[in-house]
Design a protein around this ligand. Structure first.
Ligand code: PGA
Length: 251
């Protein structure tokens, strides 16, 4: 079964607009987009419009790192789906562990954001993943199941092109510790089975892995059963490392 592959950069609160544009120009000059995997770059809000402009003649798509669930109104500091779409943004990352843990976004907030993004045709990268304490307490399966359920239980249809789930064990994010391919494969299998149990297309949805992906481990991970791509933080900040990771999709 062929599922779409994705190589996604989550720049977090890094790279100015100028640095983001230079990154994109570098990718374009290297002409790396020959693999079939889609490249999605997620700059900060202020970097979106310049990134869209820089990427307009290539196959790179631009995503946001957050969006609010209300369509408009008195919500100081928030950004709406309409604003993102107007800026040329196609994707949004939702449920990232930094949003959950640092900014205290709960499952209900994430579910509302997902519903808003779906309603307004923004493509979604939903992140789920367990902390080290949860893994050590044997709670990983239950946690993944409950994050998944609360995020999408009110969704009857997952858009075929435009809904990915990223399994990101929190203990592997920014720590240099990567999940072993077996561990990632088990989590991905669990996610697919749970989606299927919920009446959703578990075997056809693209599942990404995130957590200290780097050029050195990308080859083994992308060959792992059920992994359809990556959500990359630290190693996505330098175009050279990002390109080296992307190259692994070709082999
Ligand atoms: P990392 O971040 O690659 O730096 O571990 C991944 C993420 O947070 O999406």
């Amino acid at each position: 079964m062929s599922r779409k592959q994705y190589c996604v950069a989550n720049w977090k609160m890094n790279l100015t607009s100028t640095e983001g544009v230079n990154f994109i120009l570098d990718l374009v000059s290297k002409d790396i987009m020959s693999a079939s995997a889609k490249i999605i770059l997620c700059p900060s809000f202020t970097g979106i419009i310049p990134a869209v402009e820089a990427a307009k003649d290539c196959r790179i798509e631009i995503g946001a790192q957050n969006v609010y669930f209300e369509p408009e109104g008195a919500f100081t500091g928030e950004v709406s789906t309409a604003m993102l779409k107007d800026a040329g943004c196609q994707w949004v990352i939702l449920g990232h562990s930094e949003r959950r843990h640092i900014f205290k976004e709960d499952d209900q907030t994430i579910a509302r954001k997902i519903q808003r993004a779906l309603r307004d045709d923004l493509k979604i990268i939903l992140c789920i993943g367990e902390t080290l304490e949860q893994r050590e307490a044997g709670q990983t399966d239950a946690l993944l199941k409950s994050q998944l359920k609360s995020a999408i239980e009110n969704i009857s249809v997952i858009p075929e092109d435009g809904f990915c789930i990223a399994y990101e064990p929190v203990w592997a994010i920014g720590t240099g510790k990567t999940a072993t391919p077996d561990l990632a494969a088990d989590a991905h299998r669990l996610i697919r089975d749970n989606l299927t149990d919920m009446g959703l297309p578990g075997e056809t949805v693209s599942l990404l892995y995130g957590g200290s992906v780097k050029p050195e481990n990308a080859k083994e991970l992308i060959k792992t059963d059920g992994i359809d791509g990556f959500l990359i933080g630290g190693a996505s900040l330098k175009s050279e490392a990002f390109c080296q990771i992307y190259e692994q999709f070709k082999s």
